[in-house]
Design a protein around this ligand. Structure first.
Ligand code: ATP
Length: 366
């Protein structure tokens, strides 16, 4: 994706009201050709409503939707260069796999020979040639998902909308299918717009993610930026695990900010480019993997805290440690289990000193 390109989809100040509820509230987004773009957010935040407006199944209460610079807000679904794969797959139970895939092509009156060739192409694309004659009830969940995908791609849409495409699959199959879906999208070069509430899934698959909350866009960024540079506590907390420390600005020396917190006595230090006001209440966010254990804490040193290990969760490759500070506040850190073996293993009730670099944490204003 190049941001110098023209967006393929422009959502301009789109709002959708159901009575007094703002399901989507003044959302503006630009999506570029060939992107794997995810709409991510908790249940009820308006992801599906936004997707349905793109498909044409819902009409915005206000705002416009453009595709390739053309206003399609009032176009019916079948006139849009878009197709949608539904969460439930919505396969026709009485039709064979091949007939399910051919359905939209038949409606478009595509000649039989061309249609058969297209169905064959789609069966090959998602690797289910051998299942062409089966009915949906004779398929596994993963196979049904492939049929739904093949059907949604059969018309060669410019844009494919996918509502929780992996939601019905078990964890193992979901992880495997994530890579297949990205691979397929890259090969076809079609713009995918995907709804998901699963942040790991969004992080694995997407070129960019729009994080939504209560109908509004919180942050739009590439997965790595969303993780490394959350723009607010909601974003920070939604993506992965993070320690959030309420703090008060003490001073700022160029970009280096010194803060105090009620959670512990030592000062906090963090880099922040924008000018801040003394006594301002902010949040300092530190990812668990940025925290290291050191031999002992130095009195008055910044970003060093002492506590007691109260919980250890073993996850195979890493362990998560919950450390309780004297104030009662808990902080989490992770350590690779290989590293833990090489060093002295940590155990429950151990007193530890934790530290992190000023450039390994983020200052958040809201
Ligand atoms: P989920 O992940 O649970 O599917 P979502 O983020 O996709 O949630 P939406 O389905 O878009 O959320 O719903 C957003 C809000 O709009 C919710 O509060 C929902 O109850 C409401 N809503 C959606 N469709 C309608 C409708 N047709 N009539 C009234 N309210 C609706």
């Amino acid at each position: 994706m190049s941001l110098e390109q023209q967006p393929i989809v422009e959502i301009q100040n789109v709002t959708k009201q159901f009575g007094s509820l703002y399901a989507v509230d003044d959302v503006s987004l630009s999506i570029y050709p060939g992107e794997f773009f995810s709409l991510l957010g908790a249940s009820g935040c308006g992801k599906t409503t936004l997707l349905r407006m793109l498909a044409g199944f819902e009409t915005p209460s206000s705002g416009r939707i453009l595709i390739d610079g053309q206003d399609i807000t009032d176009l019916p679904p079948y006139k849009r260069p878009i197709n949608m794969m539904f969460q439930s797959y919505a396969l026709f139970p009485h039709m064979s796999v091949a007939d399910n895939i051919a359905f939209g092509l038949k409606q478009d009156k595509m000649p039989k020979a061309e249609r058969d060739a297209r169905v064959q192409e789609m069966l090959q694309l998602v690797q289910i040639e051998k299942l062409a004659k089966r009915k949906p009830h004779q398929l596994s969940g993963g196979q049904r998902q492939r049929v739904a995908l093949a059907r949604a791609l059969a018309k060669h849409p410019k844009i494919l909308l996918l509502d929780e495409p992996l939601g019905a699959l078990d964890k193992k199959l979901r992880e495997q299918t994530q890579f297949e879906l990205v691979n397929l999208q890259e090969r076809l070069g079609i713009t995918f717009i995907v709804v998901t509430h699963d942040q790991e899934e969004a992080m694995t698959m997407s070129s960019r993610i729009a994080l939504l909350r209560e109908g509004r866009v919180v942050q739009v960024d590439a997965p790595r930026r969303l993780y490394e540079y959350p723009n607010c506590t909601y974003s920070a907390d939604f993506i992965g695990t993070i320690n959030l420390l309420d703090a008060e600005v003490v001073s700022q020396d160029e970009d280096l900010v010194t803060l105090k917190t009620d959670a512990f006595e030592q000062p906090l230090q963090v880099f922040h480019g924008q000018p801040l006001i003394a006594d301002m209440n902010v949040t300092v966010a530190v990812r668990p993997e940025k925290i290291r254990v050191v031999q002992s804490c130095q009195a008055g040193a910044a970003n060093q805290i002492q506590g007691v290990i109260k919980e250890i969760a073993y996850l195979g490759d890493v362990s998560i440690y919950h450390v309780e500070l004297a104030s009662g506040k808990r902080v989490q850190f992770t350590q690779s289990n290989i590293q833990a073996l090489a060093e002295q293993p940590l155990s429950w009730e151990d007193k530890v000193c934790l530290t992190w670099q000023a450039d390994a944490c983020t200052l958040l204003l809201e």
